[in-house]
Design a binder for this molecule. Structure first.
Ligand code: B1M
Length: 228
């Protein structure tokens, strides 16, 4: 039953069918399919297939647009459920999130935001095509502890490096941790650009931000209680 539903979810994305994607999400919630399972093994798996077909020139830009619309329709149903099932704990810190300058891919970044929100973080999503200056401005205004930058294109990954360099120049690094993510991002890239962390998917992004927040608290208490 679950596999049939997941297969139908994948197909709704491949077909670029928002209404079907939405009603399958509603059925999934009613029948108790795991929300993250539906997203990753259902809808996102459909997206991966579409991306591969696009790369092989078997599907085209309008197909990819339609698939993205279908995924967004499903997420409109699933997002509030994810929030509802979240920890409900009061905010454990502020995260500013956005997609790199020149990049308009938003689905993965928004999923990261939803899961962080569901886990008690205050999330300020700047949207897509975000310049380093806007990240910095928001981080300062909101006193964010973490900034997260997503990049889905190999050409926009370099914006992650630019953001880190900008934060270094502005002297923001000691106060604000920069985490990066997105399909083309690798561990070696993260080491090269000296980001504070990277997560392969949205669940790992929550673990990462939780760890950074814990380390921050530990660091500040070490300063307060450390030897004079
Ligand atoms: Co585009 N696209 N796209 N696209 N698109 C890719 C990325 C591509 C890999 C497809 C392919 O060729 N196989 C390819 C990039 C190739 C490359 O750079 N080497 C590509 C291309 C080429 C393009 C255009 C250039 C096409 C064109 O115009 N000729 C163009 C670029 C536009 C631009 O940004 N300037 C373009 C446009 C589009 C659409 C607008 C049609 C649409 C986006 C719609 C939207 O977001 N509103 C789109 C889509 C849908 C895709 C694919 C098919 C799917 C992306 C997606 O939503 N995945 C994608 C192929 C693929 O990824 N397999 C592709 C589902 C999502 C849940 O996963 O985003 O990976 P993902 O997020 C994951 C993790 O990466 C991680 O967690 C998420 C959840 O687990 N993660 C983070 C993401 N951000 C994170 C941040 C973190 C931590 C983890 O911390 C901060």
């Amino acid at each position: 039953m679950t596999e049939t539903l997941l297969q139908a979810m994948r197909q709704a994305i491949i077909d670029g069918a928002p209404d079907t994607a939405r009603s399958l999400a509603e059925s999934g919630i009613r029948s108790g399919v795991g929300l993250l399972e539906a997203i990753h093994d259902g809808y996102a798996a459909g997206m991966t297939y579409v991306g591969d077909q696009f790369a092989q020139r078997r599907m085209f830009l309008p197909d990819m647009v339609a698939s993205a619309e279908a995924m967004k329709a499903a997420m409109e149903v699933l997002d509030p459920e994810l929030m509802r099932l979240g920890t409900g704990r009061p905010s454990s810190g502020t995260v500013v999130l956005g997609t790199a300058k020149g990049d308009i891919h938003e689905i993965g970044k928004s999923l990261v935001g939803t899961l962080l929100g569901a886990n008690g973080f205050r999330v300020h999503d700047l949207g897509v095509d975000v310049a380093p200056e806007r990240f910095a401005e928001a981080a300062c205004d909101l006193r964010a502890e973490v900034v997260g930058i997503s990049a889905l294109l190999t050409t926009t990954m370099k914006e992650q490096r630019k953001l880190i360099e900008f934060f270094d120049r502005e002297g923001l690094r000691p106060r604000v941790k920069v985490v990066v993510g997105g399909a083309p991002v690798t561990k070696s890239w993260v080491e090269e650009i000296k980001a504070d962390g990277f997560a392969k998917d949205a669940i790992r992004a929550v673990d990462l931000v939780q760890r950074l927040m814990r380390e921050r608290v530990a660091d500040s208490s070490a300063v307060i209680s450390g030897p004079a």
